[in-house]
Ligand binder design. Sequence first.
Ligand code: F6R
Length: 241
Amino acid sequence: MKIIKAKDYKDMSRKAANIISAQVIMKPNCVLGLATGSTPIGTYQQLVEWYNKGDLDFSEVTSVNLDEYKGLTRDNDQSYYYFMNENLFKHVNINKERTHLPDGTQPDAAKACADYNNVIASVGGIDLQLLGLGHNGHIGFNEPSDSFELETHCVDLTESTIKANQRFFASYDDVPKQAYTMGIKTIMLAKKVLVVVSGEDKADIVKKAFFGPVTPQVPASILQLHSDAIVVADEAALSKI
Ligand code: F6R
């Protein structure tokens, strides 16, 4: 595992965008595994800037996202589909037909998960998987548990996650209670994994996940066993190391 220290959020975003750019330049028809959340937003902004300068071409890129809320339609501004469109897809020349997320509108969880596993298999696996890091060590919606979930599965969101999300919705009842997420095995099978982390509030979990024992209680800790995992973290996130 390689840890790259960035000065601050902007520097982290530029360094991460450089790594993704290198991937797209080296293999224009690569498969990018993408993440939502606040951490990668600056990375996406940087990629868009370089695309606008003419330095990047996404026309042959395929993407598969980590996760999606169950029950939200694509036009819901809290869906991850909407997020990806707003933060990246609509600003670059990626072919929308080659962008994939779990289908949050599919009520049959077994079908939604099987379909998404098929999508990932059909694109030939992931060349580079971008990840954020949750405060409890979650990656995607793989929350701390007694075992690692292997493939795409349906997750019951914890009460604290539902409460934390409530601010984005009109009422508690509108907050999704479940999500579909890629599993740990799928993430581990990506050829390269790139984790972006920023802020002092992540310093404790950075220490636990990347310098502590490998355990499903800290899902991101499994990345220590990946043969090509890169963590780009800013000084604040690395302040407890
Ligand atoms: C996003 C995702 C989550 C986030 C994590 C960190 O698709 O699956 O695991 O990466 O919750 O979120 P932020 O970046 O908002 O701190």
